[in-house]
Design a protein around this ligand. Structure first.
Ligand SMILES: [Zn+2]
Length: 113
């Protein structure tokens, strides 16, 4: 079994060593999960490619029918404090006048707070 551990993601030290499933760096003391030096967080981007993050504000770029009701989220509606989630509707948020619902990132645009 080849003993080639990845360098420390914090300080790039090559002197990493493994303890069970954890890799340790003797130089800066960083420890991390083997095989997870770059955690794969799904990136969620808005309609024009801006990276979105939890807590961002967005505006809706087209009228969106609310599933199971006659309500419509109007184009231009500003939604604050979004939360990114996994799934088809990748933004969980509270829409003013409507309530908690999921939005698709392709139908929103990041808005300044
Ligand atoms: Zn290190």
């Amino acid at each position: 079994m080849p003993d080639t551990l990845p360098p420390c993601p914090e300080c790039a030290s090559a002197f990493t060593y493994q303890v069970d499933a954890l890799l340790n760096c003797p130089e800066c003391g960083h420890e991390w999960q083997a095989g997870e030096s770059a955690p794969a967080l799904a990136e969620v981007r808005d309609s024009v490619g801006n990276l979105l993050a939890d807590g961002d504000s967005v505006t809706v770029i087209k009228d969106l029918k609310v599933k199971g009701s006659s309500a419509v989220v109007k184009v231009g509606t500003k939604v604050r404090n979004i939360r990114l989630v996994d799934g088809d509707h990748d933004i969980d948020c509270k829409v003013p006048g409507i309530g908690q619902m999921g939005l698709k990132s392709q139908f929103v645009k990041k808005a300044p707070d």
